[in-house]
Design a binder for this molecule. Structure first.
Ligand code: GP9
Ligand code: MN
Length: 430
């Protein structure tokens, strides 16, 4: 009921951070393209395997003078994997302790999602994905989020050769998405969801341009190959992006949705990274994924702020110059310089610049040194219990918003509630 909402708004009001004038509105009015990089981990950036660069195009974007790139940005997904990433990126709400929030609540709940917010600013919005429209309940959820268009499998060529695993191969998907992007009324907000770099990383041989790694673990060894394929697909897309002039008035953000290599493969990860050991602490650090925000005229940098997927939307809205002082979002603007830098994981782990909690144990983030409970100083004890509380509180309040559909009681100023019946995603002329 409404009083549940009060505890949420009180908490969020205490945790709002002011926008940073250096970045606020720097991409105002621009088109936005969100690039979902399937299973793409941060370690791939600048990674060399046996002396060979794996992802040259994303490396170049990461280091581009017009890119703000984060090197302490974490995925925060739970069982909902891709769908949790989408939920966080576009709503700044966490996925649930179990299951997928998109599947369980996407079709019924009220949301104040990015597409709906941007519609109020005259944006046309579209999600593009070369897979079945109903996967992760996208077709239903996107209506609640206010997406004007959902371009999915039936909109693309049906040639069997073009598909692998969960959908259209990334190079074909991106190439065939370009006409849709060109037709979108501007300004637009569009999301591209790739799939080729998906577990079990066993892509069609004819599409692969580098060799496998040789850890001996079959699922790990294909990962650099499919990551390379995704990287080449990004490179081809960026050629169009620049040549067409789209880059002049478009911000493009790339993010990795979650890990590709799980902690079931520790020995192989050690070999791949050339490390002596890889334990629970290392696995939490391994959850970093890229966030690269490219826009002409941006004062680019590699930003070391700690944050995660929950923080993307407030960060984007800041760059777009859109007032974000009343939204019900659990993340913080990573460019504000004042964010809390507490990165919560769905399993209770967390990372801050100082501490890491991994499977119930505490470590120093910089060195990986374990802090045993008997050696903790009083200050450490207090800091650690405050952090654990902060993590539990934000996760459970976010869960409450979704599980009790609290946004239906919330009046966001200047926001017109989404009317799901207005949306239909069938292919024209089909
Ligand atoms: C399928 C894709 C995969 O549409 O987004 O989802 P995942 O298995 O990564 O959660
Ligand atoms: Mn995924």
């Amino acid at each position: 009921n409404v009083s549940d909402l009060t505890s949420v708004t009180q908490y969020l009001d205490q945790h709002r951070v002011p926008a940073n004038p250096e970045y606020f509105g720097k991409a105002k009015g621009k088109n936005v393209i969100i690039f979902h990089l399937e299973s793409f981990q941060q370690f791939l950036i600048d990674f060399k395997y046996k002396g060979k660069v794996v992802t040259p195009n994303l490396n170049a974007l990461y280091h581009n003078p017009n890119s703000i790139s984060f090197d302490n940005f974490f995925n925060q997904v739970g069982e909902g994997k891709t769908s949790d990433a989408e939920m966080m990126l576009e709503n700044s709400l966490f996925g649930l302790p179990s299951g997928s929030a998109m599947q369980l609540y996407g079709g019924e709940n009220t949301f104040n999602a990015a597409p709906a917010i941007l519609s109020q600013h005259n944006y046309t919005t579209a999600s593009l994905h070369g897979g079945n429209s109903s996967f992760w309940n996208r077709d239903s959820t996107y209506k609640s989020w206010g997406y004007d268009m959902f371009v999915s499998k039936s909109f693309y060529p049906q040639n069997k050769d073009y598909y692998h695993g969960y959908g259209l191969k990334d190079k074909i998907f991106l190439k065939d998405s370009i006409p849709y992007l060109e037709e979108l009324p501007q300004p637009f907000y569009a999301k591209l969801i790739t799939v080729s770099n998906h577990y079990a990383f066993d892509f069609d041989k004819k599409d692969l341009t580098i060799g496998r790694s040789d850890t001996g673990d079959p699922t790990v060894d294909g990962y650099i190959q499919t990551a390379r394929y995704l990287d080449e697909a990004v490179g081809e897309f960026m050629n169009w992006f620049h040549q067409s002039g789209m880059s002049k008035n478009t911000l493009i953000a790339f993010y990795g949705d979650h890990y590709g290599i799980s902690d079931n493969h520790k020995p192989a990860i050690r070999k791949l990274l050339g490390r002596k050991s890889f334990g629970e602490f290392d696995d939490v650090q391994f959850q970093r994924v890229p966030l690269i925000i490219y826009s002409e005229g941006l004062p680019g940098k590699i930003d070391h702020t700690y944050g995660g997927e929950i923080d993307f939307l407030p960060t984007l809205l800041g760059l777009m110059g859109i007032d974000n002082t009343k939204t019900l979002q659990f993340g913080q603007d990573l460019l504000s310089g004042k964010s809390n830098q507490i990165v919560a994981q769905r399993n209770g782990n967390f990372v801050t610049p100082k501490y890491t909690k991994a499977k119930g144990k505490y470590y120093l983030t910089k060195t990986g040194e374990h802090i045993g409970s008997d050696e903790e100083t009083d200050t450490e004890k207090e800091e650690l219990s405050n952090l654990t509380n902060a993590v539990t509180t934000q996760l459970s309040l976010s869960d409450r918003v979704i599980q009790r559909d609290l946004l239906r009681f919330y009046d966001l100023p200047n926001f017109k509630k989404v009317d799901r019946s207005k949306y239909s995603y069938t292919k024209k002329n089909a």
